[in-house]
Design a protein around this ligand. Structure first.
Ligand code: NIG
Ligand code: FE
Length: 401
């Protein structure tokens, strides 16, 4: 692969304050350099700085030049929470919600029926289409959960299909208790922690549980997560989506990489998160699509909690694949500045996946890059709904635009 100079970058977001400041940029968390250049070698960033310095003193032989025409370059979005492997359509459920029907976890079962009935090839094609949709909106790292199979064969199929398109695969057999186990939920927990885990663990990196009224209790969640940890998976948790609960405290106790939703947090939850290595992943598409109140990103950041933003792309509670949409809502409704929202959707997402090779554009990081056809990333919130993402590169290779 050749060594490529990206130049004429109006604004480069590195998310590396030290390196940006050394190169004449800001030492804010987003580490921004104006009139910048970047050199990529074999899919990895090897130099960032002022464009003028690249031309005179970069010291690298260049094989190819990418002209960014004064636009903004940011690290590709890290979407750390999605449920992309499913079949069926729930748009009528969304329409009913807009007329006042409340969201309930039970809707998941209708997607389970459609997903079980779908062929492997049609599921594969659907995932590929959604991944393409995400790439074209600037997302370069995608976490994908199972959870619409809820039997051993289908859950295995879902994590296997996810593993064909990403290394960030999460086993979510404990999404809800399927209808056939309604009167024997202990047997379902037994299945999830036994045969289903054994079938899914080889394709998965993470284990997740929906810890909520209508899904799994905190005791069940603890049992499922600890069994998963013993099988070599790392924990993450869905919690406090529909009301306050003990899921956040459990996530912190188990050292989960992330606890997701966090719509209804108590003061104790916020204090526990602030003193932990667990990221709070906020999913504004869910509040938008379920008419729940938006959580305060401001309160979390002020308390010292690390916040990530993600789409939660799924057919029930949030059928958006757009990180720019989530950023716009976080800025408008959740008290986050454009810089905080951008950081949360790149470096924050990387931290939620415990990845230190993505989410930043500084020396040694993967060259996962999104171009914004605007002079600043502020335009992502300032011009909501406008397709501003231009070219997108993953490991230095153009994947969209
Ligand atoms: O993350 N919270 C649980 N699971 C999904 C919703 C799934 C659905 O409604 O189909 C979520 O919001
Ligand atoms: Fe989810």
């Amino acid at each position: 692969m050749s060594r490529t100079l990206f130049t004429n970058i109006g604004l480069l977001v590195t998310n590396n304050p030290k390196e940006a400041a050394r190169a004449g940029g800001t030492d804010s968390p987003t580490g921004e350099i104006r009139d910048a250049a970047m050199i990529v070698d074999n899919g990895v960033v090897v130099w960032v700085g002022k464009a003028a310095d690249a031309e005179t003193g970069g010291g690298f032989d260049i094989d190819a030049v990418v002209n960014v025409h004064g636009n903004t370059l940011i690290p590709g979005f890290v979407d750390s929470h999605s449920h992309l492997v499913f079949a069926g359509d729930r748009s009528a459920e969304f329409a009913a919600r807009m007329e006042g029907t409340p969201y309930a976890a039970g809707g998941i079962r209708s997607t389970v029926a459609a997903t079980r009935a779908a062929s492997e090839e049609s599921l594969r094609e659907h995932v590929a289409a959604l991944v393409k949709e995400m790439h074209s909106q600037g997302t370069t790292t995608i976490e994908i959960k199972s959870g619409y199979g809820l039997d051993v064969a289908t859950e295995e199929r879902l994590v296997r299909l996810a593993s064909e398109v990403t290394e960030e695969v999460t086993f979510l057999g404990a999404h809800v208790v399927p209808a056939e186990f309604a009167d024997s939920r202990d047997d379902y927990v037994e299945l999830v922690t036994g045969e289903m885990l054994a079938a899914c663990a080889p394709h998965s990196k993470w284990i997740d549980v929906f810890c909520e009224k209508g899904a799994f209790t905190v005791e069940e969640t603890r049992r499922i997560l600890t069994t998963g940890i013993d099988a070599g998976l790392q924990p993450r948790v869905h919690a406090s989506q529909l009301g306050p609960g003990e899921g956040v405290a459990l996530a912190v106790e188990l050292g989960a990489a992330s606890v997701d939703h966090c719509t209804y947090l108590t003061e104790e939850d916020i204090a526990a998160l602030a003193g932990s290595s667990t990221v709070a992943t906020l999913l504004p598409g869910v509040e938008f699509s379920t008419k729940q109140p938006y959580p305060s990103g401001r309160a979390l950041i002020d308390a010292g909690v690390t916040v990530a933003l993600s789409t939660d792309c799924n057919p029930g509670s949030s059928f958006t694949s757009s990180m720019p949409f989530c950023i716009a809502v976080a800025v408008r409704e959740m008290g986050m500045s454009p810089a905080e929202a951008l950081w949360a959707s790149t470096a924050g997402g990387a931290q939620a996946l415990r990845r230190n090779d993505v989410g930043r554009l500084s020396v040694g990081m993967r060259a996962d890059i999104a171009e914004i056809n605007a002079p600043s990333y502020i335009h992502l919130a300032y011009r909501p709904g406008v397709p501003l993402i231009g070219r997108v590169w993953k490991d230095g290779e153009l994947i969209a635009g």
